[in-house]
Write a protein that binds this ligand. Structure first.
Ligand code: HEM
Ligand code: HEM
Length: 200
């Protein structure tokens, strides 16, 4: 019997587990806010500046970023306790057949099925989660090690900030691909927005 069941015999009301939907809502909202706010925020290392939109956006980037990191930590605890989600998003030990089959479908310009299953989308979700985790954790380290009282940031921070910015670009690439695929599936009238209904 395959370890990665494609479907249950009795389908539930919403195909995504409830905890996964809450987690996804928190992470999707938080990361999307972080990416878009970074376009207009004005980092001020000396003091909090609430006198300009850019300054307020920078403070919000820090606080919403820290909240998003809490959701990300919760997601990792959930992954640690759920072998099925681990197999879906981190298929390092296979099965690779479904991933290759999905890739072949895409090459033939056909969309692979959606939902919680093993396949190319699951692998991409895992890689995206890793990128988001590294970006958020480094952002939090910057926050907690930022010198207080206007002292200029030290060498470690000078190294961490460009790393955070580089990872932020990787997250942009993931976000564009992930949202683009979701819109394509929705275009084909698949019930994909169920993942944003945590109360079902
Ligand atoms: C960059 C932040 C995001 C991350 C890290 C992320 C991560 C994930 C993960 C891990 C899953 C798999 C969930 C599961 O199977 O239990 C997933 C599914 C999904 N996400 Fe996101 N997501 C993000 C943002 C978004 C946004 C902004 C949208 C809005 C369009 C979105 C739409 C979806 C949809 C529709 C699915 C279901 C896909 C499927 O079943 O194949 N996500 N996402
Ligand atoms: C998942 C969470 C996060 C994401 C996706 C994210 C993403 C980004 C992005 C895309 C940028 C702009 C990069 C550029 O200009 O090329 C940025 C800048 C920045 N982020 Fe984050 N961030 C996150 C969390 C945090 C947290 C928790 C902090 C804590 C304070 C933080 C602090 C900063 C700072 C200080 C900058 C600006 C650096 C500068 O240009 O001087 N980020 N972030």
């Amino acid at each position: 019997m395959s370890l990665c069941a494609e479907a249950n015999s009795k389908p539930p009301r919403n195909i995504w587990p409830r905890e996964g939907r809450w987690l996804h809502a928190g992470i999707a909202f938080g990361v999307t806010w972080q990416l878009w706010s970074s376009l207009w925020m004005e980092p001020n290392w000396k003091h909090a500046n609430y006198g300009s939109i850019g300054g307020i956006l920078f403070s919000l980037h820090s606080w919403i970023g820290l909240m998003t990191v809490l959701f990300i930590l919760w997601q990792w605890l959930w992954i640690a306790s759920e072998p099925q989600i681990r197999r879906e998003i981190f298929p390092w030990r296979g099965p690779w057949a479904s991933i290759l089959a999905d890739a072949r479908m895409l090459l033939r310009a056909r969309l692979p099925p959606t939902g919680p299953r093993c396949g190319l989308a699951g692998l991409m979700h895992g890689l995206g989660l890793l990128a988001v985790t590294c970006t958020g954790v480094i952002g939090s380290v910057i926050f907690f090690f930022l010198p207080q009282s206007g002292t200029p940031p030290g060498d470690t921070l000078h190294m961490l900030v460009p790393l955070h910015e580089f990872l932020g670009t990787v997250v942009w690439v993931y976000w564009i691909g992930h949202v683009g695929m979701a819109v394509l599936h929705a275009w084909h009238r698949e019930p994909i927005w169920g993942i944003f209904r945590p109360m079902d």
